[in-house]
Design a binder for this molecule. Sequence first.
Ligand code: SF4
Length: 314
Amino acid sequence: MEATITPTTLQSATTAADLKKAEKTAYENNKLHKRLCRQVGQAIGDFNMIEDGDKVMVCLSGGKDSYALLDILMTLRERAPIHFDIVAVNLDQKQPNFPAHVLPEYLEKLGVPYHIENQDTYSIVKRVIPEGKTTCSLCSRLRRGILYRVADELGATKIALGHHRDDILETFFLNMFFGAKIKGMPAKLQSDDGKHIVIRPLAYVKESDTERYAELKQFPIIPCDLCGSQENLQRKQIKGLMREWEKKFPGRVENIFSALSTVVPSHLMDRTRFDFAGLAATGVADPDGDIAFDEEPCATPAAESTIIRLHADD
Ligand code: SF4
């Protein structure tokens, strides 16, 4: 099903200037939809996320990202050369004021098979975690276990989550800054119970694009602070840092993201990933090998443009 984006403003534009503006908005919106489809299709292909005959369980929280994920996957399914099924799943954790009617109404209208799982994890978390302590880790653990069980019951072969590029980068920095690890959030992984494959088809999508898409499609967003837990402060700071980089140093965030798929273990320090102890000269020159005495930085084109811009700003 091709999503047709026809802003109502286009129909209601009265003056020539209005019409031009409305046409430009419609053009930008179509570009955004195409970009999302292209990036999600690319991630699915690169990581072989979805195969013929798969039943993909799309986890829907009511936030902008999971709505975008479901919407784009439904578009791609219509165009895909393979057959796969989609089932949308929401876990109603019985948080206070959770508007339980919103998702079923939306999903009915969309005509997609869905399942709402009702489990009062909110009360469990409140009972077990002392007041003032962070509840997210137990809450996520409970949620994960329930979703794996539901995937089994529904016969889902893949579990799709709505994490995007910025979530992946934030996790990468959090792990590095606070966990002393080079570790991100994979686009595809085996679940920790070893029974499921979890996929993140929005892995190449920028958060600002899911924000714009959610506005454009008027998704009925459910607020994510109903549990009363504060947003992780460290994640918030990293998000702010990345937004500042995007403004000040175009290309930097893209370069960091590309770096996640261009790892050179021989030029890091992890002895379990590279046999430094057994390293011996082969006598064969390697053009990509030792550049230890070369001038820094070893700029890529995008990094170079940042450096040039930096100097121009001096
Ligand atoms: S923010 Fe609330 S709902 Fe989300 S993981 Fe934390 S405790 Fe659970």
